[in-house]
Design a protein around this ligand. Structure first.
Ligand SMILES: Nc1ncnc2c1ncn2[C@@H]1O[C@H](COP(=O)(O)OP(=O)(O)OP(=O)(O)O)[C@@H](O)[C@H]1O
Ligand SMILES: [Mg+2]
Length: 522
């Protein structure tokens, strides 16, 4: 029996797609990548598994999201002959479990959570992935440090896009009105987060109903009661923020997670440099997502000029160039940043640009530098994977090079032993070799005017060399005899074209030796 890579430890619960388990990683190599414990999502049934399989390639994209506020997606793998998703395991609890105990949270607690969710959304939206199913059960809070992580990113969207019926999956209470019409997009995630904020602040949902129809009707047509009317302790400004996230028309809603975050931060009067810089960068990425390339570059350059001592300015501008496939510009920006402030992420991103430029060895060095400087766990995981991939690629190209250079090849050495071009040497690795006065011949004899433009042809067939005259005026001779039809050309033969006597030799030599000789003869 095949050895399993995982051992299930605990059933954590389940939702629309399948069940989630805490699992131990048994495979040592995988352990190095993911750590000892992961979470595994097992589809409910064969149909769901089939969907999963069909869309597997899309999951790769999830690896591009980089944020501590997102549960890291690791892989898509087989467990007991069933395809499952492997994700980071979060030691903590989901927001819905917390709400079961506490019913509602203070404004500060609520905003702490939502701010981090916004950061997660910014990172995912930046790479073009939206969640579609944000609700308190998909918001996890780490026990250790209260870091908030959104789970199941992109999964609902991927599954939905592959379901022929396009049935509405997910929880209606958290769905934006446009989702019911199949027009979900990035701002639908903001709606769902708005519903969540409403719920944790007030202890109740903004739109409810006795059945699905009533909920849908309320979501689409009813205005929610402002949070401050439910609880006078809730500041009117927060109430306004929540209501803006819940605007039915996506155009009136916060268009982006960074706009949402900005309002929260300004309300909380958190205006430290890091926040403002991050917001400015987030706004730039929003422009990028909307296809405003020139504006993105301007905004990022301006941000960098404002915060020249912060690595994130360089990181973002460099990443922008990377994404525009302007790797040389990216390399400059990262190097400049490294000069100002050596930072692991700068080394990591520099590595990516170098790799794209085909400078694989330097890329590997830069990536090693980044890892040595100490990357955050999930970032390190990705960097280590990349390093392994690059090293194996480099190994392969070196191997291929070695195989090629160690191969013996047949080459022909023709030396002019007499005549106007005496001393000239030609080394050729070809099956057809032309001799003549013109430059485009393999053996060109421009100094011998008695040679025709195209004079003689040497060919290799079945491992033997042959010579023939190609209608030259003066003929081709072997030892005084003019050849009038194609004949054998044994090793060491002297032949004469015009006034030039050439010596023909064939060799079996190593390819790298051949390259060296060619270099020498140049
Ligand atoms: N990566 C994870 N690490 C730790 N616990 C998790 C993880 N993902 C989910 N859980 C826990 O498992 C429970 C079940 O999660 P699951 O995603 O299967 O269902 P759901 O979130 O309730 O519904 P759905 O995601 O389908 O909308 C969650 O409430 C959460 O407590
Ligand atoms: Mg979930």
């Amino acid at each position: 029996m095949k050895e399993e890579k995982f051992k299930l430890l605990e059933n954590l619960g389940g939702g629309g797609f399948g069940r989630t388990y805490k699992a131990q990683v048994l495979d040592n190599n995988l352990k190095k990548e993911w750590g000892d414990i992961v979470s595994i999502k097992v589809p409910h049934n064969k149909l769901k598994e089939k969907t999963l399989l069909k869309e597997a390639f899309k999951y790769e994209k999830l690896k591009d999201i980089e944020s501590k506020n997102i549960v890291q997606y690791f892989d898509f793998d087989l467990y007991k002959e069933q395809y499952v998703l492997v994700l980071e395991y979060v030691v903590g609890q989901s927001l819905d479990k917390l709400l079961k105990r506490k019913k509602k949270l203070t404004a500060n607690e609520s905003l702490d959570i939502i701010e981090q969710c916004c950061e997660g959304l910014i990172a995912a939206h930046k790479v073009g992935i939206f969640h579609r199913d944000i609700d308190p059960s998909n918001i996890l809070i780490c026990d250790k440090n209260n870091i908030v992580k959104i789970s199941d990113f992109g999964i609902a969207e991927i599954l939905r896009s592959s379901e022929e019926s396009h049935e509405i999956s997910g929880k209606l209470d958290y769905m934006a009105p446009e989702v019911f019409e199949g027009k979900g997009s990035f701002s639908s995630d903001i709606w769902s987060l708005g519903v969540t904020l409403y719920q944790i602040l007030t202890g109740r949902l903004p739109f409810s109903g006795k059945d699905q129809d009533e909920i849908m009707n309320n979501v689409c047509n009813k205005e929610p009661i402002p949070p401050t009317e439910i609880d006078r302790n809730i500041d009117n400004k927060i109430s306004q923020i929540v209501l803006k996230a819940l605007k039915k028309d996506p155009e009136e809603r916060y268009r982006t997670a960074s706009e949402f975050l900005k309002d929260i931060k300004f309300y909380r009067n958190k205006k430290d440099v890091g926040d403002l810089l991050n917001l400015s960068i987030a706004e730039a990425w929003d422009l990028f997502r909307d296809g405003k390339i020139r504006e993105t570059e301007e905004k990022l350059k301006k941000t960098l000029a404002e915060y020249p001592n912060n690595p994130y300015g360089y990181l973002s501008l460099g990443e922008f160039y990377n994404r525009c496939e302007q790797y040389a510009l990216a390399i400059d920006v990262f190097n400049e940043g490294i000069k100002v402030i050596p930072n692991q992420l700068l080394y990591r991103d520099l590595a990516i640009s170098l790799y794209q430029k085909g400078r694989v060895k330097e890329a590997i060095e830069s990536l090693q530098e980044a890892i040595a400087l100490g990357l955050e766990d999930t970032v390190k995981w990705r960097a280590t994977n990349l390093l392994r991939l690059w090293e194996s690629k480099l190994g392969k190209t070196e191997k291929v090079k070695k195989i090629i250079t160690q191969q013996k090849v047949d080459v022909v050495l023709i030396v002019a032993v007499d005549g106007p071009m005496k001393g000239h040497k030609f080394i050729i690795k070809k099956k057809l070799i032309t001799v003549g006065r013109d430059e485009n011949n393999d053996i060109s004899l421009p100094l011998d005017l008695t040679v025709s433009r195209k004079h003689t042809l040497i060919s290799c067939e079945d491992g033997k060399y042959w010579i023939e005259d190609t209608n030259s005026s003066n003929g081709t001779f072997i030892e005084e005899f003019r050849i009038n039809k194609k004949g054998p050309l044994p090793n060491g033969t002297l032949f004469k074209v015009g006034e030039t006597i050439l010596k023909f030799r064939r060799y079996g030599i190593f390819y790298d030796t051949y390259l060296k000789i060619v270099e020498k003869l140049k």
